[in-house]
Ligand binder design. Structure first.
Ligand code: NAP
Length: 459
């Protein structure tokens, strides 16, 4: 092709990018790709895929239902979805319904925004007993993720033990202890509302393997515990002594967290409260025991040691403590899942990449947790996606767009996936859910059954 023809094609034919995964990182990548043309770059169209019928990833299925403000970020994603050049293809599972090779044939680039879909394991005896539940599953269950509807976590126990000292640990502990009236104004899936309302759990014991200084809670999440009705927050004054926050070597956030924990320790728990959230630091799970289901957990007591690299480590003192419980929630972090045909780093559970360009690949990119691991808050994904998109745009600008017929792609997908849910289909589901929630003062009542979702998506 002569140069003139190339220039003509280049200026008139858009590039087509498939974004696989419709969570925050996928949507930030899509928005940034759609902006490229206006910023003087190539004109880009985006097809966004999700294996579920519904978009928004962790915003729908991860963020705690009692945090509606955080969930309201979805209105930004709606704006992106309404833009010209954007299409949504829900219920299309990469690796099952379509292959990566088939996408590579049809698109100029693929962006994987698939997140971290599984849990980090503890690797201790009893981890798989009934009543030992990964937070990934529990969070999916209360948020109505179709994969976890049948989890039925045993809530017929007075005490739950939560392993981990991060925001997910706080989310699951809070959801267990939220007053029923508060729960009923959220978009918690109905099956979970009923189960939690009937729950016997009165105490959640949140265990961190290191000390309060090393916990990874964020300040807002710790502070809000004081505002929950009928909740006593229990912090041992010996673990969080006076003056602990007065240390200039600590970050501002850590100092604020320590001040809040110290306040809880000073106030002492409200004895009249129906529920208790207790924090216990320097405790590692060693064994989960029970006859067919969880009955107790053995915790190892740690001391702290600072390594040559400056990292504070939990060291086992050999002392043990046994806690009676019927429910252990493991909130020790998420983990990425290997994608067929892509390189994978087992240690970090991510796809090896350089600023989002997949190692050794030409037209494949990653954003979000599958790129950098399960860290940061939702907004972190914006900057992260922008970094990757800068490289995609530069790479696209140097290439001629491939032959691509949007209609043919859609026809191929509909043939392959008879249950495909498109943007209009999702809009119908969304309107239905919101409509059901409105009379009850709830943001939405989620539909969790796959067949019902497909039915609702049909005109
Ligand atoms: P996280 O912040 O990494 O916390 C994981 C916790 O598990 C840490 O306390 C870690 O301790 C502990 N842990 C890891 N392995 C362990 C083991 N073998 N035994 C005992 N403890 C172990 O992860 P996350 O809570 O899953 O949250 C993921 C990300 O989502 C975070 O960036 C979080 O801030 C974010 N998030 C934000 C919100 C919000 O903004 N409201 C809500 C939920 C999640 P060490 O520190 O010792 O490794």
């Amino acid at each position: 092709m002569g140069h003139d023809a190339w220039v003509e094609n280049h200026s008139t034919r858009p590039h087509h990018v498939a974004v696989v995964g419709s969570g925050p990182s996928g949507f930030y990548a899509a928005a940034s790709l759609l902006d490229a043309g206006a910023a003087g770059g190539p004109d880009v169209r985006v097809d966004m895929y999700d294996r579920l019928a519904t978009p928004w990833g962790l915003v729908r299925a991860g963020v705690a239902p009692d945090h509606p403000k955080i969930k309201s970020v979805s209105s930004q994603y709606d704006k992106t979805a309404a833009r010209e050049g954007f299409r949504f293809f829900g219920h299309v599972h990469l690796g099952e319904d379509v292959t990566r090779e088939e996408l590579l044939e049809r698109y100029d680039a693929i962006v994987y925004a698939v997140g971290s879909q599984t849990e980090r394991r503890l690797g201790i005896p009893g981890e798989d007993l009934r009543g030992s539940v990964a937070s990934v599953d529990f969070v999916g269950w209360y948020n109505g993720h179709p994969d976890f509807v049948d989890l039925s976590p045993p809530l017929d126990t007075e005490r739950a033990v939560v392993i981990g000292a991060g925001n997910v640990a706080l989310d699951v502990a809070r959801m267990l202890l939220l007053p029923e009236a508060d729960l009923r104004t959220t978009d918690t899936a109905d099956h979970a509302v009923e189960a939690l309302a009937a729950s016997s759990v009165r105490e959640a014991l949140v265990c961190g393997r290191r000390g309060p200084r090393e916990a990874s809670f964020t300040t807002t999440e710790l502070r809000e515990l004081a505002d929950i009705d009928d909740l006593a927050v229990v912090v041992d004054p010996e673990q969080v002594p006076a003056g602990i926050a007065e240390d200039d070597t600590l970050s501002k956030g850590t100092r604020r967290n320590l001040e809040i924990l110290r306040r809880f320790a000073e106030q002492g728990p409200d004895a009249a409260a129906r529920h208790r959230m207790a924090f216990r630091f320097l405790r590692s799970p060693v064994e989960i025991r029970g006859d067919g289901r969880v009955e107790e957990i053995v915790l190892g007591i740690n001391r702290l040691e600072t390594g040559d690299d400056g990292r504070v480590r939990a060291m086992d003192t050999g002392e043990r403590e046994t806690v009676a419980t019927g429910l252990v929630l493991r909130a020790v972090g998420y983990r990425g899942v290997e994608l067929p045909g892509l390189p994978f780093d087992e240690a970090s559970g991510t796809v090896p990449n350089t600023e989002g360009r997949v190692a050794g690949r030409d037209r494949e990119y990653v954003v979000g947790w599958i790129k950098r691991g399960p860290t940061g808050i939702i907004g972190t994904n914006k900057k992260d996606a922008n970094e990757t998109v800068r490289h995609i745009v530069a790479d696209l600008a140097a290439r001629e767009p491939r032959e691509h017929s949007p209609d043919e792609v859609e026809a191929w997908l509909r043939d392959r996936c008879p249950d495909l849910v498109d943007q209009e289909g999702w809009a119908a589901i969304d309107a239905h859910e919101r409509g059901r929630g409105e009379p009850h003062g709830r943001p939405r009542v989620k539909v969790v059954d796959r067949d019902e979702l497909v039915k609702l998506s049909r005109p």
